[in-house]
Design a protein around this ligand. Sequence first.
Ligand code: SF4
Ligand code: SF4
Length: 141
Amino acid sequence: MAVCPTDCFYKTDDGIVLHDKDLCIGCGYCLYACPFGAPQFPQQDAFGERGKMDKCTFCAGGPAESKEEEYEKYGSNRIAEGKLPLCAEMCSTKALLAGDAQDVADIFRQRVVHRGHKDGAWSNNPQASADNLAYDAAHKG
Ligand code: SF4
Ligand code: SF4
């Protein structure tokens, strides 16, 4: 992330953006720069001290000397264990998905085809579904 004065952010081979809490000086620039609101200060004490920046790690941990240190600073590294991020694993309606971008895009495309989109994702409107099936067929070939 370009605004970070200490260059905390980096991308893993999987394309996951992580940050190094040891480098963070808590300036807060990333909080204002990120359009998704991903970086968040974890705490604020009586004197306005906010500590190190925190963010979703996609359950992929972060830089540390040991597993214990990684867990302490960044939580579980479920990706290293071959698991899904916990929120995606726990989501009862599977609104949250994680994985290969193409696979996730395919699942969403199938949902749109199945449920329709013109009258909302939960529509049972047969015309909307028919239109989507026609769209899907036209774009598959
Ligand atoms: S709060 Fe930390 S991670 Fe965010 S821009 Fe400042 S130094 Fe970088
Ligand atoms: S549970 Fe979800 S929101 Fe929390 S760190 Fe893991 S991926 Fe991010």
